[in-house]
Design a binder for this molecule. Structure first.
Ligand code: NAD
Ligand code: UDX
Length: 457
């Protein structure tokens, strides 16, 4: 069989960009992305895409109307498919057994039932969502339950793209991982998917494994990445106490090729929809297998991240004479990282909430994320205002907090900002992106992460 029709269920941050790139790179394959959410599909079909991602618009424009379609007709499109990707959300469970830790597989299960009910031939079903190890076993049981006429071969193909760099990550991935059963049918299905990626990914970067290694590797990759951020953040507080500079420490250890230089930027904490959710999931799985010490070990990565976010606010309040009540605090950046409008698990949410608990007046600015900020901060309107213009957000403020590393915050006119602020003027750089000495020279009292303060007080 050669794949002619691919359907992807789930038109979100992963399904949308991933499948748009497949369509771009494989003009001989029809790619249809389906979703329950009519508004999302309408946005994908419009000039105003539902997610902000550099380079995405050009990819969609190239392929849409040629071999890329967005639709809410899930059933009809499954009936035409040779291969179905499942890229629906797998959030942390909020109810019942495993609430707060386990993955909610409700949406995945529903997809399996829809696929079974609408398939018109044997199908390859690809897990694109991040899933607990051994989920393919469950999917297989559901897909083959009852009087199912067709054979469904399940592959695991986790996605490693990061938001903000999704298109470059997809065009030039470090690796593509494909897991499947190690028998003839499984290997044939793996080869079908390898052939799709081989249209643009060099063979040596397409890695094939058994299903369970592939499912688990995704959770482990995110756990390792998050662990590095928590590790350097744990060092950042020690730097603040000892006059070491965390930037210099990162550089010094990162030049050791065994350690490597990436993911060693100290910050106000990591955010995003994946790290916390996937580590919680890993922790839950470890506990399920009775691996308590292992679960505790990974849980610490999250506890350290929570601590880093609270520590940021504690430091701010402590520095500002132990009260921020009725003081104006400008928050520059609300997205969980630069170049995305996504705010899921953004450290800014946590910081703003804690500042509101202290009765500060918080003015939040972000070039892409204010839409989501409005929802995230619902109920806090008494304390929070949203302000697109960063200069206006800082006007009359007692302190400025930089919480997202947007390029634009590096080049603001900080003299103008300083002049418009209450004095003493404080600046807390939660991303270490501005020139601290220059800001100190302008008159700011500057508090970086993991580096001595520069204070006139
Ligand atoms: P998302 O919430 O942006 O998108 C999921 C989409 O699935 C939604 O539009 C929703 O309407 C749709 N959906 C849910 N159930 C459906 C159903 N039964 N039928 C049709 N559509 C349905 O989620 P996302 O960020 O794209 O993440 C998807 C998966 O990819 C998750 O498992 C996540 O862990 C994983 N992942 C995410 C990222 C990332 O950067 N966001 C990176 C790698 C992996
Ligand atoms: C992550 C993984 O990188 C990606 O492979 C996976 O597919 C999805 O989860 P994402 O969450 O989109 O991607 O962004 P990432 O670049 O990993 O950043 C996550 C968080 O860590 C952000 O809040 C970022 O600001 C923070 N971070 C990252 C740091 O604080 N310091 C660093 O050195 C790196």
């Amino acid at each position: 069989m050669s794949i002619k029709n691919i359907v992807c269920i789930g038109a979100g941050y992963v399904g949308g960009p991933t499948m748009s790139v497949v369509a771009q790179k494989c003009p001989h394959i029809n790619v249809t992305i389906v979703d329950l959410n009519q508004a999302r599909i309408d946005a994908w079909n419009s000039d105003s895409l539902p997610i902000y991602e550099p380079g995405l618009e050009a990819v969609v424009q190239e392929a849409r109307g040629r071999n890329l379609t967005f639709s809410t007709d899930i059933e009809g499109n499954i009936a035409k498919a040779d291969m179905v990707f499942v890229s629906v959300n797998t959030p942390t469970k909020t109810f019942g057994k495993g609430a707060g830790v386990a993955a909610n597989l409700e949406f995945i299960e529903k997809c399996a039932r829809t696929i079974r009910a609408n398939a018109s031939k044997d199908l390859i079903v690809v897990e694109k969502s991040t899933l607990p190890v051994r989920t393919a076993e469950t999917l297989e049981k559901i897909l083959h339950a009852g009087d199912s006429k067709y054979h469904f071969e399940i592959l695991s193909n986790p996605e490693f793209l990061a938001e903000g760099t999704a298109i470059t990550d997809l065009h030039d991935p470090d690796r593509v991982l494909i897991g499947g059963r190690q028998n003839d049918l499984g290997k044939a299905a793996i080869q079908e998917l390898v052939d799709v990626y081989a249209n643009w990914v060099p063979n040596e970067r397409i890695l094939t494994t058994n299903t369970w290694s592939s499912e688990l590797s995704k959770l482990v990759a995110n756990a390792f990445l998050a662990q590095r951020v928590s590790s350097i953040n744990a060092i950042s507080s020690l730097c603040e106490s000892t006059e070491a500079d965390v930037g210099e420490v990162s550089r010094a250890i990162g030049m050791d090729s065994r350690i490597g230089s990436k993911f060693l930027k100290a910050s106000v904490g990591f955010g995003g929809s994946c790290f916390k959710k996937d580590i919680l999931n890993l922790v839950y799985i470890c506990r399920t297998y009775g691996l308590t010490a292992e679960a505790d070990y990974w849980e610490q990565v999250i506890l350290m991240n929570d601590h880093q976010q609270s520590r940021f606010v504690d430091k701010l309040v402590g520095t500002m004479f132990n009260t921020v009540s009725d003081k104006k605090i400008a928050v520059l950046g609300f997205a969980f990282k630069a170049d995305t409008g996504d705010t899921r698990e953004s450290p800014a949410i946590h910081v703003v909430q804690e500042l509101c608990e202290e009765h500060a007046r918080v003015s939040v600015s972000d070039p892409q994320a204010l839409g989501y900020a409005k929802t995230d901060l619902a109920g806090l309107e008494e304390f929070v205002t949203l302000e697109e213009d960063p200069y206006k957000a800082c006007e009359g403020a007692d302190a400025v907090c930089i919480l997202t590393e947007w390029e634009l915050y590096k080049d603001l006119d900080y003299k103008r900002i300083f002049d418009s602020m209450n004095k003493p003027a404080f600046l807390f750089d939660g991303r270490n992106i501005v020139n601290h000495q220059e800001l100190y020279d302008l008159g700011f009292n500057v508090y970086p992460i993991g580096k001595g303060e520069l204070s006139h007080l």
